[in-house]
Ligand binder design. Structure first.
Ligand SMILES: [Zn+2]
Ligand SMILES: [Zn+2]
Length: 192
């Protein structure tokens, strides 16, 4: 049976992975396995930007993915970038197998606010679902409440929910069909 592999980077709290895993399996309907932590590849670090190249980490993840894992998502504490943007919350191979989510800008403390663990975990779930959605071929959604809506600021992350809108749910269910799971399919799916 196919599963989604979650891979923590260095210093990612195990409890957070449990929360993300529950969120993913509940929403996407595939089982989740947490794999051994990895070290973010030193060659992916850009000393000038003091960030990690998201693309370089994704390249490593492609090699790391166990064959039996339908998808692999790495969760990193490192701040990540792609050349055209000052930072990103995450990146995925569109219609691919691997994705990356950064926790670096998801905590209230990053914005000078008091810590809020619940808010932090919720944001991490949303971003993980969003990047996983991309790996299943979903693109950005105009519904601001949909987890597939584009977020370039933390306010946009907070505006959306940790669920897929009806249209994205149907698309995702079509993609998931090949894994033989029915959890995420609309109920009318049984009718001819
Ligand atoms: Zn996106
Ligand atoms: Zn949507």
């Amino acid at each position: 049976m196919s599963f989604i592999a979650l891979v923590p980077g260095q210093m990612v709290a195990p409890g957070l992975l449990v929360t993300i895993g529950e969120c993913v399996s509940r929403t996407i309907g595939l089982s989740v396995r947490v794999l051994e932590p990895i070290l973010e590849p030193p060659e992916a670090y850009d000393p000038q930007r003091r960030q990690y190249s998201s693309t370089a980490i994704l390249r490593l993840l492609i090699e790391l993915r166990p064959q039996e894992a339908a998808r692999l998502v790495a969760i990193t504490e490192q701040d990540i970038f792609i050349p055209m943007l000052s930072f990103i919350f995450g990146q995925a191979q569109l219609d691919g197998r691997v994705a990356l989510v950064s926790l670096a800008r998801l905590r209230q403390e990053f914005y000078g606010l008091p810590p809020d663990e619940e808010v932090f975990r919720e944001r991490a779930c949303k971003e993980t679902l969003h990047e996983l959605g991309h790996t299943f071929g979903l693109t950005h959604c105009d519904d601001l409440g949909c987890t597939m809506s584009l977020a370039t600021s933390i306010q946009q992350v907070d505006t959306k929910s940790a669920t897929f809108c009806p249209a994205c749910t149907i698309l995702l269910a079509e993609r998931l069909g090949r894994f033989g799971r029915s959890t995420a399919r609309p109920s009318e799916e049984e009718s001819p």
